[in-house]
Structures are given as C-alpha cells and as structure tokens.
Design a protein. Sequence first.
Length: 507
Amino acid sequence: MKLKSSILLFFFGLLSIGATAQITLTADDVPAFGEVYANAVDTFLASVDVGPASADAQTWSFLDFDADEVFTNTVVMPSETPAADLFPTATFAFEGSNSLYSFAEVTPDALFAAGGSAPGPDGTIYTVAFENQQQLLPLPATYGAVFEDEFSYQLEIDGSTLGADSVRLIGGGTVAAEVDAFGEITVPAGTFEVLRQRSVITTADSIYVKIFGTFILIEVIENTTVSYEWWGADGVGTVCSIDFDVDGNPISATYLAGINPSDQPPVADFSLELLSDGQVQFTDASTNMPVSWAWDFGDGSTGTGQTPLHTYSAPGTYTVCLTATNLAGSDTHCQEATIVLPPAASFTFEDQGAGTIAFTDASSNDPTAWSWDFGDGNSSTAQNPTHTYTENGTYTICLTATNNAGSDVSCAELSVVVVNANELSTVAFANAFPSPAEDWLRIDFGAWQGQPAILTAFGVNGQQIFSRSLKQTPASFEVDVTKWAAGTYYLRIQGGGQVQTLPVTVR
C-alpha cells in the first residue's frame, strides 16, 4: 500500500532565502487546518524532462500536463477523523474529496506518512496505520540532505468475496532519498520556490488468504519507483511529484492545480499571440481556478494544458475554443484566430516575342507586395509585370514575395531570343507552313535559296530545339515536328549578314 502521494502534496514550508537561493523546510512548517488543495493526476505521460541534479538554481515548468483525475484534500485535525484512535501521534490529516483519509506526523527530524484509508476489493473503506512509518522528508530539509528508511504495515480484511475466511496484506519497503536540486517551479496553481528530492522506493506486498484456519501466501507484488518531488516554500507544500519506472519511463505526475479552489464553475477565456511560420501561443485567462483545459484549434487538431503552442499549416481564419473545467463544472469560450503564413514565392512566364516576356505571380499564402529583378538591371513592383529584353541571353529572374508574416524569394533562369521589327519585316524571303503544324513543317526559303545559312528552331523559353547548317540552302526543307510539344516556336534563318525569324505553331 503506497500512501505517500497524498501526504507529499500537502506538506508546507515557509522560510525563503530568495528567488535563486536555496530554501529550508523545518518542523515548524505545517499546513493550516481548513485549507483546501486541488490536485490533478496525469497518467498518460509521453515524456517529461525533470532536469539534472545541480547545486545551481533551476527552473521547471509543468503547464502542459493533461489531468486524468482531479481531487481535493482538506487539512483537518486527526482527532476529527473517524480513525482518530489509530493515529494518536499524527500532526495533521487530509480528508479527500473521495472520502479517503491520509495521516502525517512531523517530528523535529523528519516528516512521516503515518497511514491512511483505501478501498478494499469489495469497495469497503479500510484504514491502516504503519507499523514502521514511511519517512517522506528529512528535517530541516535543504539542498544536499539525504536519508534512508524502512517502513511496513499490515492489514487484515474480510475475505468472503474471494471465497476465503479473510485476506491479510503484509507490506513494506525501503526508501533512499536525496534533495538534489532547488529553484522555481511553475504549475497550474502558480510559480513557487522549491527543493527537489529524488527518491528510490522499493516495495514488496505479500497477499495471504485464510482458508480453514490457515493463511496461504498467494502473491507477492514487488515494485521499484523513482520519484521526483518538488517541495515548496512560502506555504505551498509539495507542488509536484513525478514517478518513473526503473527504466526511466514516466508513470504519472501529480501536481498542485489550485489552493482553496472556487466552488463556482470556471468562466473560460484565453489570449493568443501570433508568432512566426504559423505558430500561435495560447494562454489560459479563465477565472474560478480551472484545473484542466481542452482546446479545439479549429483545424482538426486538439490540445490540452494551460499554455499550448500550436502550429497551423495553412493561412486562414480559425475558430478556436477552450473548455475550462474544475470540480464545480466547466465552461467553453471561442474566438477567431487569423493566421498569416509567409509567402512561398513562385512565378510563371510567357514569351510574347520580340524579347517581351509576360511574368505571372504564382506565390502562395497571399503575398501583398512583389519585387522583381529581371536580371538585366531592370526591376518592377507590379504583381504581374511585362518586361522587354533588348539583347539575346540567359537571364536570372528573381521574385521576392512579401506579406505581414515575412517574405520569400524564388529565382529562375530564362533564355531570351530577341526578335526585332526588322527581322519580322523580311518574312517575304522565306515562308513556313502549315501553321499550326502536326507532323511535318515545310520551309520555302525563297531568296535564301543557294546561299549558306544556319537554320535554328527555338522554344518560347529560348531553348534550342533544332539546328541545321546549310552549305547551300535548298528551295525548300521539311522538319519533323511530331516530337515537339504543342506550342509556339521561332525558326531563325541566319547567313550573309541577314537574319530572318519566322513564328510557327505546333499542335
């Protein structure tokens, strides 16, 4: 039977030496009778970083735990409990919202778990006092304090539901602990100065059943737990306890969710901060001390915790809802979040002939400003500019797209074939047909016939498709265009100091 968890959450310390200094807990630091503490348990921990042992002050933040169970404990006098006669030396007790009790004794040298109550197999509540109490903390407690201790208990209950006369549970174990760190911890209840104690607890529980007057051992349950406990100063008690198995896997976290929690349901509210690249920091602003939070981010994703960070993958306006819950009920608040992502720059272009290129912005994520560099010393801030080059060549064109979230640059190389008015006016020298062509393109050279010339075909992007050197230009020439992609091309005939360019279409 492990009764430390309730005690751990409610031992109080007052003496503070400063925000970054060690604190000390003494036997005078006990909880105030009548105080109520709300605690939560997360049993589905994927991973958790408790930080190293260190003589330097540290900070811990555990705001993203997801409460699987929430309960309260009220500090009461042991004499006011139903099992007062079993705990004559107890200093204080805790009455849980589940009607279970736990008892603690404070001596000048240590804090002990004295025992408590728990449900049996049939649902009956049983109370047991430790024969050898389990030490929880050395006193005075400060960084570097260590202790080792043994504890034991025995409980006998009715066994009729198990087909036996009675059932006897004999349990016990050892604990080896060291206060190995100090600093500040943040949990849903607030930020507190703390000592951190690392404890290795090994238990062995033997279960006996009594049949025909003889006790028979039926099972021995052995377990080793590594527990990190943050003990608070300034009257806050044990703020958080995280248990791990021997392989370092987290088992559960029990943490302080509120002190003297409200008896009214929460009034849900939250704020949000737009960060970069679609990240949004959400912060709970609910009143009446919620102890758990359920978020709907409006994009199909959900989350928990008091201050989740969420990343949106697409721009837009999303309806975000927070449901805040405490022991008195829950409330939901929704508001819109408008997400602006940095642009992803992109563009297309179309060769309109005579060195004129039409550029079209194809950027995503709604840019609001554009800056073009055409690679020839000219620029533009239009979204879809048209630019005319005056010389043949390969140019690097860059577009910078910008909005309130940032900017992005996209560049591409473009080979430009300049076709001027003089070249087009000489079309009478040669002719190409049919246009559009499907299989073969026939070129009648006219006045070029008999002269040496170079025949070249270019795509609209300036890429050379075909080239043939003609020592003596024939009257006509046929070009196979069956493998050419549909589109516009330029046939250039060059020789004798003259150039003629013919636009043709292939389909």
